[in-house]
Ligand binder design. Structure first.
Ligand code: SPV
Ligand code: MG
Length: 282
């Protein structure tokens, strides 16, 4: 993943939350995947507030690594599920399962999603978070595995100065990349950060609220990675709500968007099993 983030052109990460969604992203031609905490939680019917255990997240990553057919997977590790020790155990478990990188945000456990209204969570002590990143880097085996430090300064209203100071501390403690998050509907925070930060590691952004910005603008600003953070989840919810209503109210699916059962079999590679049965069964 580090090679990918350090290349001159933008790396685009597509959200996934299951083996199936990872496969769909890979088939569409995406080059990298984002295992979204929001989507993994929502798809299991719980809040994005550390209601999923970290072993549930690791199990989901295992599915996504296999479903993504080799695409590098960056996993949303929230705040690291506790202190430096919990975070590094999570990193090791992810790396053992073929994950390509983990992102930790500088909030406190249990976290809340950054877009929750009225969210006033305090940030972690910057030095302590830096040491958490360092502890994670110290257990990573592969040179290409990325430990990403995510800044929540703009989300919590602390602003540019705090973001710049934190980014420098995190880079000094070995962060391979900085994820700069913003909830504005313009690129104002990201522009301010990119124009003022003097660090060297790649910067990743999550343009959920400023989704209509052309990606050429991110390139011009010097951003290295863009995460489309929740779009498979949101579009699938719409389709699921539609078909449930159609069947509940009209008892038919003539207007419901859906694929055939045959397409599901294709995505599951049923043909391969049929072939293998001929080979291995009497
Ligand atoms: C996620 O996808 O879970 C993220 C991005 O962390 S956000 O929802 O914007 O916090
Ligand atoms: Mg998240």
């Amino acid at each position: 993943m580090l090679k990918l983030l350090r290349k001159p052109s933008l790396t685009l990460f597509m959200e996934c939350h299951s083996g199936l969604s990872a496969k769909i992203a890979q088939e569409a031609g995406h080059e990298a995947l984002w295992a979204s905490g929001l989507s993994m939680s929502a798809s299991r019917g719980v809040r994005d507030a550390n209601e999923l255990s970290w072993t549930q997240v690791v199990d989901s990553c295992d599915e996504m690594v296999r479903g993504g057919g080799g695409l590098p997977l960056l996993v949303d590790g929230d705040t690291g599920y506790g202190n430096f020790n919990n975070a590094r155990r999570f990193v090791s478990a992810c790396e053992q399962r073929g994950v390509a990188g983990v992102c930790f945000e500088d909030k406190l456990f249990p976290k809340q999603n950054s877009f929750v209204l009225g969210e006033t969570q305090k940030l972690a002590d910057a030095k302590e978070f830096g040491l958490k990143i360092k502890a994670c880097k110290d257990v990573v085996q592969s040179d290409d595995f990325a430990v990403v430090a995510r800044l929540e300064s703009f989300i919590t209203g602390l602003g540019l100065e705090d973001a710049l100071q934190r980014a420098t501390i995190y880079e000094d403690h070995g962060a391979d990349a900085i994820l700069c998050h913003s909830k504005k509907d313009t690129t104002e925070d990201i522009e301010a950060f990119m124009e003022n930060w003097k660090g060297n590691v790649p910067v990743i952004i999550v343009p959920t609220t400023y989704i209509n910005t052309p990606i050429s603008k991110f390139d011009e600003l010097g951003v290295s990675g863009v995460i489309w953070a929740n779009h498979q989840l949101r579009s699938s919810v719409l389709a699921m709500q539609q078909v449930c209503k159609d069947l509940a109210w009209n008892h038919n699916i003539k207007d419901s968007p859906m694929v055939s059962v045959k397409e599901i079999f294709r995505l599951q590679e049923q043909d391969q099993l049929n072939e293998d049965e001929k080979k291995y069964e009497l």
